[in-house]
Design a protein around this ligand. Structure first.
Ligand SMILES: Cc1cc2nc3c(=O)[nH]c(=O)nc-3n(C[C@H](O)[C@H](O)[C@H](O)COP(=O)(O)OP(=O)(O)OC[C@H]3O[C@@H](n4cnc5c(N)ncnc54)[C@H](O)[C@@H]3O)c2cc1C
Length: 435
């Protein structure tokens, strides 16, 4: 199943490879130092700059090396308010759930506006999303969410029964599912490059290979020691998401890094490619061990992602697993070869919600829960506006309640057990649905 030209790197990097753009000296003092150069960090920097505040982005690797150039490129207009690892669920009827959905909807509007304003050429397409129901019970649960999604987030959501599944995909794999019209897709690395160019055009230093080693209070501000020297700042923003490390141990205890894996296929015969996802939506499903997939922006390949394993594996190991998941859904793709496979970290939180706020005097925006293209852009924008003092509304994601657990120190030792349990439950639910 491996193509002779197989590469263990993101397909997206064919168009933008994370590169060390700025290796000049770090600024001595800035008003805001931002740790982490993904969508969250760059969006914070851009909005601070627009509000007249100087800042620096400190990135441990090359800009874009983290999740932001590795994603599936699906852009959802809301957030998943499902069950978290701890089993805690946000009551869908609560004011909090409504606020979260409304802000999720704002996140979608923001990314669309930003792409337009900055002229970012990233194959932005508003074709909607289809979420396949793994079982009839999941279909019922999806149906119950429709009213709230449409009311609080103007999602344009509706159900598609099993007998009409082929309007969404060339397969009979699911028990129907839910369409969310207000969703989009983009080329994640080109969107990233667009944000980076917007920062560089404004003279914002985005410093590559400047991993922050320590952050300490110095007078009324902060001193950040990096692998390339020291920066003084009045305020600090942590935007390290699934790569959050020991520099901020209290935040590390609040996010669970989980690897997500993706493959890209070789170019398909045009008729086959056009038939698979006729409305060119992004697809996902309601399994606990999620899969998500779409056509490439040029419509020629399948990009197929999911949690291939809950233990560390190489792209060479994850690719055959994802290939099997793909051909389970589309048997007509048996024999199609894989040209690229890659992995990246997403950050889960114990309440399954994204968070922004302040911890130990530092601002943070963390916890995309696998859906962060619009959301981390939005949380960066919100954080910058909060720092600049130009917002008159507190975001629903800005609360003091960022949960952790006494048994969790930032090392996700429990993931293999949770993964095994999720797989077992998925298989059991499906088997029960068949009897
Ligand atoms: C395989 C995969 C598929 C995904 N698919 C989707 C999708 O289809 N739709 C969607 O909405 N979301 C998706 N996501 C999630 C989305 O990509 C992320 O939520 C988003 O990119 C996070 O952006 P960020 O800026 O918060 O973090 P990142 O882009 O991960 O950036 C964090 C950066 O912090 C840096 N860093 C860490 N520690 C330090 C330090 N001490 N000093 C300096 N720098 C540091 C890291 O090097 C990293 O570059 C996916 C993620 C993955 C991995």
């Amino acid at each position: 199943m491996f193509h002779p030209d197989f590469q263990p790197k993101p397909y997206w990097w064919e168009r933008y490879t994370p590169t060390a753009v700025d290796l000049t000296d770090l600024p001595g003092h800035v008003r805001v130092a931002i740790v982490g150069g993904g969508y969250g960090g760059l969006s914070t920097a851009l909005e601070l700059n627009k509000n007249g505040m100087d800042c620096v982005v400190l990135e441990a690797a090359e800009p874009g090396y983290g999740a932001s150039t590795r994603s599936g490129g699906g852009v959802s207009g809301g957030v998943n308010i499902g069950k978290s690892f701890s089993g805690k669920t946000l009551d869908p009827a609560s004011d909090r759930a409504r606020g979260v959905l409304t802000d999720g909807s704002d996140a979608f509007a923001l990314i669309e506006r930003l792409i337009q304003e900055e002229g970012i050429d990233c194959y932005w397409k508003k074709n909607g999303r289809f979420v396949g129901a793994w079982t009839p019970k999941h279909f019922e649960a999806q149906s119950r969410k429709i009213a709230l999604l449409n009311d609080a987030a103007a999602s344009g959501a509706y159900m598609v029964p099993r007998e009409r599944l082929r309007e969404e995909m060339a397969s009979d794999y699911y028990y129907g599912g839910m369409v969310v019209e207000r969703s989009a897709s983009l080329h994640p690395a080109l969107y990233y490059k667009g944000l980076l160019d917007a920062c560089l055009r404004r003279g914002i230093p985005v410093c590559a290979k400047a991993g922050v080693k320590t952050i300490r209070q110095a007078g009324s501000g902060w001193e950040l020691a990096t692998t390339r020297g020291t920066v003084q700042a009045d305020q600090v923003v942590i935007a390290t998401n699934g790569y959050t490390g020991d520099v901020t141990p209290e935040l590390k205890r609040r996010v669970v890094p989980l690897a997500s894996h993706i493959i890209a296929t070789e170019e398909l015969p045009p008729d086959l490619a056009a038939s698979l996802i006729p409305k060119n939506r992004t697809l996902a499903d309601t399994r606990r061990v999620l899969t998500y997939y779409r056509m490439s922006p040029d419509g020629k390949r399948v990009i197929f992602g999911g949690r291939a394993r809950f233990t560390p594996v190489t792209p060479q190991q994850s690719a055959p697993i994802l290939h099997r998941f793909m051909t389970d859904r589309f048997p007509q793709l048996k024999g199609v070869r894989v040209t690229h496979a890659w992995t990246g970290n997403v950050a889960f939180t114990l309440d399954a919600l994204p968070h922004m706020g302040k911890q130990d005097g530092m601002h943070y925006l963390l916890g995309c829960n696998g859906s962060g293209v619009a959301m981390m852009t939005y949380l960066g924008w919100q954080t910058a506006r909060k720092i600049a003092g130009v917002t008159n509304r507190v975001s629903a994601f800005d609360t003091d309640d960022f949960p952790t657990h006494p048994l969790y120190n930032g090392n996700p030792w429990f993931l293999p057990a949770i993964g095994a349990w999720y797989r077992f439950r998925d298989d059991l639910d499906r088997a029960m649905a068949r009897v």
